[in-house]
Ligand binder design. Structure first.
Ligand code: ADP
Ligand code: MG
Length: 706
C-alpha cells in the first residue's frame, strides 16, 4: 500500500512565519520586521546571506571633466547656482563645480527640504551617471549628499541589496552590518567545512567571504564581483551547492540504510523471457537492465530513476526488472499516471508474460466491483506476482503478500518531488523493510540539473532509440493554411495510416477545452465524411476511453481527435501523422511528448504544429526549438534555459529548496566539487555536515524526512 505522508506537499509547514529572537532584538520596528519577512529574512543567517545585487563605488572621487562615461561615478563639488524651474516642467536644477569643470544636477521630483539643502555655496558629493546633453554635462536624480570639506571617503564599495517596497537600502545596510559585527550567535559565521578540504579546493573561508561580499575593499575587481566569479562568490555558491548535496545524499543514505529483499538474477528465466521478445534490446537498454539488476541484487532498497526519451523502450526494462523480483518469489507493482497508460502496460506485459505462465493482474477504476475484489484478493494472497494500475489505485487499499519492487512510470507527471510523498508499505512484517523502487521518466533532465536536484537518486539513462525508427519531420504551419493540412490527412488515411489531431490546450478552463474538442470533432467528422473519426478526452469515463483507444489501436478509428490526455506513453505504431492545433500554447516538454506518439513504426512520420498569429516572443522561441531539435535532452536543456530550474522541475509547489546563488549552467565545476566533498564529509565529518545543512537549509530540510 502507498500512503501519502501528511504535510509532505505542504511547504508552508516547513518554514515558520516568525522571525528569530535574534532578529527581533535588532530592531524595534514591527513594520521593518514584516518587510524583512517579505524578503524571506527571519534569522541572523538570512541577513548574512542576503547578498548584494551589485555595488556602487563611492571609494573614489572623479574630477567632473575626467569622469568615465557609461557607468555611475562619484564626483564632488560646490553648488554655484540653484533654482527651481517651472518650464518645461517643475524641476530643481543646480550647477555643481569642482575646479575641473561643472555639471548640472537635475531633479524632476523633489522635496522642499532638498531645495533648502542644495543651496548655492554647499559642498556636495554626487553619485550617478554623467550624460552629455545639449546644455553640457548633467546628472539626473543622482544620489546627493551635502558634506563638509575633507569628509572621508567610504572605505568599501557600497552594497546595493535586493529590497522590497518601503524598506530602505540604508536600513538593510545597517542591520546587516550590525549582524556581521556583533552577531547574537558568535558562531554565526564559523567555518563548517574542514580546513583540509577548504585548502584543497582553494576557496577562501566562509566568514572572510561573507564579510568581503558585504563590504568589498576599494581595490576589489568590480567585474568579478558583478559577474560573481570572485573567489568569495565562488565560496558562497560552493557552500550552497554543498548544502544541497549533503541533504540529498543524507536522505539517500537514510533510505538506503533500510533493508530490502535481495533479488538475485535468474539466468534461465531471463533467457526464456528474452527468447520470446519480438525484438533485440538496444545496447542502452542492456546497460540499464544490468544496472537495475545489480541494484536489485542487494539487500538495500534500490532508488533508481530511469530516464529515456519517449519511445526509447522503458517498458521492457521494467518488465525485466519485474521478472527478477518474480523469480525470487516477490511481487511487483507497476504504477502509471492514467488509466489509458495502465491498460496499455497491462496489454503489453500480459503478452510478454503469458507465454511464461506468469499471470498479470490489472487494477482499474472502471472494473466491476467483483472483479476488483478478486484482483485485490489475489494480490493479497500472493497468487498475483505482477499488478498494474494507476497511482491513485495503489494509494488506496492494496495489500501485497510480498512486495519486492515498485515501478512508478512517467513519474515526471507528478512533479519530480511528489515521489518524496510516496512510501511503500505492505512489506513482510518489519517496518524497516522497503521494496526496491524504479522510477521512470520520459522528461530528460539535463546532467547538471540531475546531479543537483536528483542527487538523492541513482540515475540510469537510455540514450539510444531502437533501430528502424524514422525521424519525425516537424512542420510549422500557420492556422491560415488549414486546407493544406486537411489534404494531408486525407492522403495519409488513404494510404492506410492513422492520424492524431490534438486539440488546443486551454489552461484557463477545462470546460472550454472540452467544448473546443467536441467542436473540432464535429467539424472533422463533416470534413471527412468517408473516414472513421473518434474523440477521446479527459472527461470520458474510463471504460469509454479504453474502448476508443482500443479502436484506434486496432485501426477501427483512422483519425483520433484528442485533448492532451494522449500526451503520455500511448503506443500506436501505425499512426504516422500528428496535427497539433495552437501549438504555440504548449510547453516544450509537452510538445516533445506529443510528437513522440508518432514515428513509432518504420514509416516516415510527420508532426504538423499549427499556430495562430501573432506569436509572442516566448512562443516563437519554443516553436523554433521544437522545430530544430528532435533530441529530448537538447530540448530539455533549452527549456531549462528558457524557464529556469524552478519552473522546469515544477518544484515551485513542492517545497524543495531552490538554488539562490549558484547557476547550474555556469557553475558545473563547483557542483562537481561539492558532490565529492559531500560524500567525504558524510563519511568523515558528519557533525560538520549537519552544521552545514542546518546553516543553509534550516527548517527547509523537513521535506527530506520521508
Ligand atoms: P517509452 O520509453 O516511451 O515508454 P515504450 O516502452 O513504450 O517506450 O517502447 C516503445 C515501443 O518500442 C514499444 O512498442 C516497444 O515494444 C518497442 N521497443 C522497445 N524496445 C525495443 C527495441 N529494442 N527494439 C525494437 N522495438 C522496441
Ligand atoms: Mg512509457
Amino acid at each position: 500500500m502507498l500512503t501519502a505522508m501528511p504535510g509532505a506537499a505542504d511547504t508552508s509547514a516547513s518554514a515558520p512565519d516568525r522571525p528569530d529572537a535574534s532578529i527581533t532584538a535588532l530592531t524595534q520596528s514591527k513594520k521593518t520586521l514584516e518587510k524583512l519577512l517579505r524578503l524571506g529574512i527571519r534569522t541572523e543567517m538570512d541577513l548574512a546571506l542576503h547578498l548584494p545585487l551589485r555595488y556602487e563605488d563611492e571609494t573614489h572621487v572623479f574630477p567632473i571633466n575626467d569622469a568615465p562615461e557609461g557607468r555611475a561615478v562619484q564626483v564632488e563639488g560646490v553648488i554655484a547656482h540653484a533654482e527651481v524651474l517651472l518650464k518645461p516642467r517643475r524641476q530643481l536644477v543646480c550647477q555643481v563645480e569642482d575646479g575641473s569643470g561643472s555639471l548640472c544636477m537635475r531633479f524632476l521630483n523633489f522635496y522642499g527640504s532638498q531645495v533648502t539643502a542644495y543651496a548655492a555655496g554647499k559642498r556636495v558629493r554626487l553619485f550617478g551617471e554623467i550624460r552629455h546633453g545639449f546644455f553640457g554635462a548633467e546628472m539626473v536624480h543622482p544620489k546627493c549628499r551635502v558634506i563638509t570639506r575633507n569628509e572621508p571617503l567610504s572605505d568599501a564599495m557600497t552594497p546595493v541589496y535586493p529590497v522590497t517596497a518601503g524598506l530602505h537600502q540604508q536600513t538593510l545596510r545597517k542591520l546587516i552590518s550590525q549582524v556581521l559585527n556583533s552577531p547574537h550567535d558568535p558562531s554565526l559565521l564559523s567555518e563548517t567545512v574542514p580546513a583540509g578540504i577548504i585548502q584543497r579546493i582553494r576557496l577562501p573561508g566562509f566568514r572572510e567571504s561573507i564579510q568581503m561580499l558585504h563590504h568589498p575593499p576599494p581595490e576589489t575587481v568590480a567585474v568579478s564581483l558583478q559577474n560573481r566569479t570572485h573567489p568569495a562568490w565562488q565560496r558562497i555558491k560552493f557552500d550552497e551547492l554543498l548544502a544541497q548535496q549533503l541533504s540529498m545524499r543524507l536522505h539517500y543514505r537514510q533510505r538506503r540504510s533500510r533493508k530490502a529483499p535481495r533479488l538475485v538474477r535468474h539466468p534461465a528465466l531471463h533467457d526464456a523471457f528474452m527468447a520470446q521478445l519480438p525484438f533485440q534490446p538496444t545496447q542502452a537498454q542492456n546497460r540499464v537492465i544490468a544496472e537495475i539488476s545489480h541494484d536489485l541484487d542487494s539487500d538495500h532498497p534500490m532508488q533508481r530513476l530511469l530516464q529515456g526519451d519517449v519511445g526509447s523502450g522503458k517498458t521492457v526494462v521494467a518488465a525485466i526488472a519485474a521478472l527478477q523480483a518474480i523469480a525470487n518469489g516477490y511481487q511487483t507493482a507497476i504504477m502509471a499516471p492514467t488509466e489509458i497508460l495502465a491498460e496499455q502496460h497491462f496489454q503489453k506485459l500480459n503478452a510478454w508474460f503469458a507465454p511464461m505462465q506468469i499471470p498479470v493482474t490489472w487494477l482499474s477504476g472502471s472494473q466491476k466491483k467483483k472483479d476488483r475484489q478478486t484482483a485485490l484478493a489475489t494480490i493479497e494472497s500472493g497468487e498475483t506476482m505482477l499488478a498494474i494500475g494507476t497511482h491513485a489505485l495503489f494509494q488506496e487499499q492494496v495489500n501485497f503478500h510480498r512486495l519486492g519492487l515498485a515501478v512508478i512510470d512517467e513519474q515526471h507527471r507528478f512533479g519530480v518531488h511528489q515521489r518524496l510523498a510516496l512510501r511503500m508499505k505492505g512489506m513482510p512484517a518489519s517496518a524497516t523493510q522497503a521494496p526496491h523502487q524504479l522510477m521512470m521518466s520520459a522528461t530528460p533532465i539535463p546532467r547538471t540539473l540531475s546531479m543537483s536536484y536528483l542527487a538523492d537518486l541513482d540515475v540510469s539513462v537510455i540514450d539510444e532509440l531502437p533501430q528502424g525508427r524514422s525521424p519525425v519531420v516537424t512542420k510549422l504551419v500557420a492556422d491560415s493554411r488549414r486546407d493544406e493540412v486537411m489534404e494531408r490527412i486525407r492522403h495519409v488515411c488513404g494510404q492506410g495510416r492513422q492520424v492524431y489531431w490534438v486539440c488546443p490546450l486551454i489552461e484557463e478552463s477545462e470546460t472550454l477545452q472540452l467544448q473546443t474538442a467536441m467542436e473540432t470533432y464535429e467539424t472533422l467528422c463533416k470534413t471527412f465524411s468517408g473516414l472513421r473519426v473518434g474523440l477521446v478526452h479527459g472527461r470520458l469515463a474510463a471504460p469509454e476511453k479504453t474502448n476508443i483507444m482500443a479502436q484506434f489501436k486496432h485501426g477501427d478509428i483512422q483519425l483520433l481527435v484528442a485533448t492532451t490526455v494522449i500526451e503520455v506513453g500511448v503506443d500506436v505504431p501505425n499512426a504516422s501523422l500528428m496535427v497539433i492545433e495552437n501549438a504555440e500554447r504548449m510547453g516544450l516538454s509537452q510538445l516533445h511528448q506529443l510528437r513522440g506518439r508518432v514515428g513509432r513504426g518504420a514509416d516516415a512520420s510527420v508532426c504538423i504544429l499549427m499556430y495562430q498569429k501573432p506569436l509572442s516572443e516566448i512562443a516563437r522561441k519554443r516553436l523554433k526549438i521544437i522545430f530544430e531539435h528532435s533530441d529530448g535532452f537538447e530540448i530539455a536543456r533549452q527549456d531549462l534555459r528558457l524557464r529556469g530550474p524552478g519552473e522546469f522541475l515544477g518544484a515551485r509547489q513542492s517545497g524543495i529548496p531552490m538554488l539562490r546563488f549558484a547557476d547550474l549552467e555556469l557553475d558545473g565545476a563547483l557542483l562537481t566539487a561539492a558532490q565529492a566533498v559531500a560524500d567525504e564529509m558524510l563519511n568523515h565529518y558528519p557533525h560538520q555536515a549537519q552544521q552545514h545543512i542546518r546553516r543553509w537549509l534550516g527548517q527547509k530540510t523537513e521535506y527530506l524526512r520521508v
